[in-house]
Design a binder for this molecule. Sequence first.
Ligand SMILES: Nc1ncnc2c1ncn2[C@@H]1O[C@H](COP(=O)(O)OP(=O)(O)OP(=O)(O)O)[C@@H](O)[C@H]1O
Length: 642
Amino acid sequence: MLPRAVAGSCARPPASGGASPAAAAVRAAVPAGDAAPAAPAARKPLIPATSPTRKTTHKPPPAGQGKVAARNAALIQAAAALIWAPQAALIAMAIGGLAHGAPASAMLAPAAGVLALGLLRAALDALGVRRAFQGARPILTARRRDACAAMAARSPLDMNRAASGEAAAIIGEQAEAVQAWLARFQPARMKASIVPLVILACVAPLSWVAGLILLIAAPLIPLFMALIGWRAKAASEAQLVEMGAMNAFLLDRLRGLATIRTLGAVETTATRLRANAETVRRKTMAVLRIAFLSSAVLELFSALGVALVAVYIGFHLLGDLPFGAWGGKLTLAQGLFILLLAPAFFEPLRELSAVWHDKAAGEAAMTALDRLSAPGEGPAAIPLPGAQAPERQGEAATDPARSGSTPPASSLSVAPPPTGPLMVTAHGLRFRYPGAATPALPDGFSVNIAAGERVALLGPSGGGKSTLLALLAGLAAPQHGVITIGGQRLDDASAARLRQRMAWIGQQPHVFTGGLEANVSLGRAAPNVRASAGRALRWANLADVAASRGGAIIGEGGVGLSGGEALRLALARAAFNQEAGLVLADEPTAHLDRATAGAVTESLLELAKGRTLIVATHDPELARRMDRTIHLPSPTALEERS
Ligand SMILES: Nc1ncnc2c1ncn2[C@@H]1O[C@H](COP(=O)(O)OP(=O)(O)OP(=O)(O)O)[C@@H](O)[C@H]1O
């Protein structure tokens, strides 16, 4: 089985600014896929993250740079919000002037001023939003890249790796919440800490009563929002976990659809899926309930604050409440100015509350990304030799501890493995899966396979055939013993380079979304890629399939391939790799009818010309066609020995 591929990140424009917390929560709680069909760009062919010739470069997230960009964007947005103060002053003065008998023509200058300031405000606001989005995007991309790199740095044999469905849901979909959090919550927080203070500074010198009302009403909003926010975060996290679990379950069952049908387990699977969906619905409703509750609290307090200011100003102007203006009496213009500013005082607090759910969802998504990006250390982890997690950049090549218990004698050798068929040796191997009671291979297992030899690994189920192939492919490191490929020791430093000279044919090759040719080349660099992929397809007897599909998308969401065709695709992939001097095949004829299995056997033999071939199989016919057979003992024999 090749390492699972992880979907790359896809850009999505910022969500439109929601006015209420409920709207924000609906955005956060409802999966994007439910709200709108995936954009065609999101269906690009995927390339395995550990594709041998594809080098992943990891850059650290531009945290410092991102922070400066976010602060600048927030300041621009705060400045835009503050423009309302001079606009309100112009409007109040103009109406005050009218009340005192000024001619209508006196309105023209203030109206022009309000218009000009309005345009400036809109421009600044747009600039601030744009800057915030541009500042947040690279941070999200870096986090996604880190998560993909950390996943790729774990062996496909590692059972503790996140399931593909869960990883795809977190990296592809849930991670978008980080963008909303960074681009919207942080500017909103900055606005909420600057704008009300400035407005208070404008209002208080005119009327201490109005200032006091605002001062008392304002902190109640963040206080209640914080109280509700704690629950919102917990609810968002629970919802994300449930969504990831459902995706993982769905993907797993889709992969095994044929088996489910064969075993008549369709109804059971559907029932379980229905139960999962019901749990997701309940968790989503919990998030929405909290959102609507916080929305009600917020509107109540801001409406009360504005109403109290309006009542006071009204009665003050009528002379019923003659106090509160520092010993004097407010003019109509001053009263209007305060009235116009009162809603603007609460506006940033409302906005902050509206994006509070972005914060809850963003933090929950960030935690999920962190979990994926964790390098997978500890007793249960199986690191992928030769792969580098982002944190380990530059460290792996010089760290002997990572290459197993034996010192990396030839790891300093940078000579490329020889061309042509590769000799394979294994000496004194010991390998036990983390947490397993018994070794997966006979202890001290040794083997010598000559260059160009064709060998079958035979043995009962669970005897360790696939494990041995995985160790030879450098997908996991043995706890003891030495493997050499083409005379070079397979270790942490050489694994990635040696894997480039290997081809792997699994039982159920993964078909990526994309055309047949792209599925053969898998993003690998080669001269005349298309022509070479076409040749490989013709060689694997897939020319007819390619012609009938006419460049259509195959794989996830596209037209599928039969089991035999998928196997032939794997053969074409191996044939495409002209550099491969070692072909490792894991039960290539399993699940195939006799005729197709025979055809696959012939193709394998042809592929093996000029290459070394090691096949794990239960198929006696395939084993008979090999030069030699190696028997691996049964697991019970191993248990007795251990
Ligand atoms: N990723 C894994 N994590 C933990 N244990 C594993 C893992 N893969 C295999 N094993 C265990 O290791 C032992 C050897 O399994 P392996 O798949 O290598 O046998 P096999 O000979 O290929 O079997 P089969 O013919 O059924 O494919 C088994 O006991 C199996 O349960």
